[in-house]
Write a protein that binds this ligand. Structure first.
Ligand code: PHE
Length: 366
């Protein structure tokens, strides 16, 4: 038994003498590791008679606990000493200026969406959303585009191979118009919403990307007419482009979900070789630019959404958010919007402090 007592006191002395964490770890392996000397003694217990075991086990286990405790204590002492050293050595000068670190910016699309929300909030519109993975019924059928409707072909739709639980064909929404249906079904009438979001079409060149952004507008109430639509669009575009001389031209058009439908052009003028929005597009040196689609909500759409079209009427419009951003902030290639190029983002991005407000001008930070 003096052997065990000897082993224990040697071990404790050597642990006490270890002068770094590495040496301590080597000792732990030597005594307590799988092949360690104390572990080897533990293994002898199995071959002892019960009487011997009853006598030896507490002693061997006592030695193991003593060694393990000593190692833990020594380790804590090393850690405490290391912390002391760091505290004594390291200095932090809080008066130094912060290092120049990489900073993020608000993407023009997000900024423009915030601007639009601010403008329309002032006109009493709230913001509605809908899913980007949509079903065929909301994206087409309820918008008066039956299965065989030719307008469906124009949308270059991305379809999913599977159907949903109710047997609906699933797709990536091709426009924000399904939010009209969802909002009417959910909220009934009257209603005044805008719905910004991502939409998808299989199309790609300098002015088309397979994913882009739209904002939908919908007003449903009693006795709404085309004059309300025109005034709303004029007010919105004047506030957005921050010019009082924005002139609109309404052209008859066709959308299955509006009747009548109107395409809206905005007048521009040539300023030193650049097209600047504003002014009568028919004046010399001026022109018209197609900006958005709109119209009076088709009564069939109002019926599909579960409302009585004899009681409720309204108007709707849809406009490309990316295009609005390009026109306002002067980018010429849509694809760059989604490249994630840091130089582009540094140049066209906005500071998070540039919160659009009507009082300061919605594009004040640009
Ligand atoms: N959804 C149409 C499009 O994507 C735009 C639109 C919206 C037209 C609302 C009329 C009314 O082209």
């Amino acid at each position: 038994m003096t052997d065990l007592a000897q082993l224990q006191s040697d071990a404790l002395a050597r642990i006490e003498a270890a002068d770094d964490a590495e040496a301590l770890e080597a000792l732990r392996i030597e005594f307590l590791g799988k092949q360690g000397s104390i572990s080897a003694l533990m293994k002898t217990l199995g071959k002892m008679t019960p009487e011997e075991r009853q006598e030896q086990a507490p002693k061997i286990q006592g030695a193991r606990t003593a060694v393990a405790d000593a190692i833990t204590a020594r380790k804590e002492a090393f850690e405490a000493a290391e912390l002391e050293r760091k505290l004594a050595e390291e200095r932090l000068d809080l008066t130094l200026p912060a290092p120049q670190s990489p900073k993020g910016s608000v993407h023009p699309v997000s900024q423009v969406m915030d601007e639009l929300a601010e403008i329309f909030a002032d006109l009493g519109f709230s913001v509605a959303t809908g899913p980007e993975i949509e079903d065929d019924w909301h994206n087409f059928t309820a918008l008066n585009m039956a299965e065989t409707h030719p307008a469906r072909a124009m949308h270059d739709t991305f379809y999913f191979p599977d159907q949903d639980a109710d047997g609906n064909r699933m797709l990536l929404r091709t426009h924000t118009s399904p939010v009209q249906i969802r909002s009417m079904v959910k909220e009934g009438a009257p209603i005044r919403i805008i719905a910004p979001g991502r939409v998808y079409r299989s199309d790609s060149d300098a002015t088309h990307t397979p994913m882009f952004h739209q904002i939908e507008g919908l007003v449903i109430d009693r006795d709404i007419n085309l004059g309300h639509l025109k005034w709303t669009l004029e007010t919105f575009l004047k506030a957005f482009f921050e010019r009082d001389d924005i002139v609109l031209r309404l052209r008859p058009s066709y959308f299955p979900f509006t009747e009548p439908s109107v395409e809206v052009d905005v007048g521009w003028q040539d300023v030193k070789g650049r097209r600047v929005l504003g002014g009568d597009g028919d004046a010399p040196g001026h022109g018209w630019m197609e900006l958005l689609g709109s119209g009076m909500v088709n009564r069939r759409v109002i019926e599909f959404a579960g409302l009585d079209p004899d009681e409720w009427q309204g108007f709707a419009f849809g406009v490309g958010v990316d295009r609005l951003a390009m026109l306002k902030y002067g980018m010429d290639d849509l694809r760059a919007f989604f490249d994630g190029d840091q130089r582009w983002l540094d140049h066209y991005g906005f500071s998070p402090f540039d919160q659009p407000t009507l009082s300061a001008g919605v594009g004040a930070g640009a």
